[in-house]
Write a protein of this length. Structure first.
Length: 147
């Protein structure tokens, strides 16, 4: 069976919340109603949402894709990918890479001139994963978090 990709619907939220347990250790689950509400908010941005990849109706990989309208570059949008995760039982089989490639295809189809992602991980294997998927480390990122 091939891997299939689609944007998540409200019915997918329990599976997504369960998958996010594989995103980072100690990542607590949260209320299904809140997950559905946040999914609906994401979908309000044209071309954006949680892209899920399934194998035989089992959620194996996911990422959040946000298409961001732009006022520079003659209004050409750009995309942001966040929360890239593959279930630990399915890692190393190309599913995460396929999910990233599909997200990029959707961004290109939306007219984006670039796709960005960042990671807070210091794990070189994860960095190698992103590089092997075609991403290059080309910028310096900064963030500030609420105390």
């Amino acid at each position: 069976m091939p891997l299939t990709h689609r944007f998540a619907t409200a019915e997918d939220t329990p599976a997504i919340v369960a998958l996010y347990a594989h995103l980072a250790k100690g990542n607590p689950p949260y209320d299904d109603a809140l997950a559905k509400d946040n999914l609906a908010k994401l979908a309000a941005y044209t071309g954006s949402g949680i892209l899920i990849s399934t194998l035989q109706n089992t959620l194996v990989s996911s990422c959040t894709l946000i298409i961001i309208p732009n006022l520079s570059r003659q209004g050409t949008p750009y995309a942001l990918i966040e929360n890239v995760v593959t279930h630990t039982d399915h890692r190393g089989q190309g599913y995460g890479t396929a999910t990233l490639h599909k997200a990029c295809d959707l961004a290109w189809d939306s007219g984006c001139y670039k796709v960005m992602l960042s990671t807070g991980s210091q794990n070189p294997k994860l960095h190698d994963f992103y590089k092997a998927a075609g991403f290059e480390q080309s910028r310096i990122g900064f963030q500030i978090r609420r105390s």
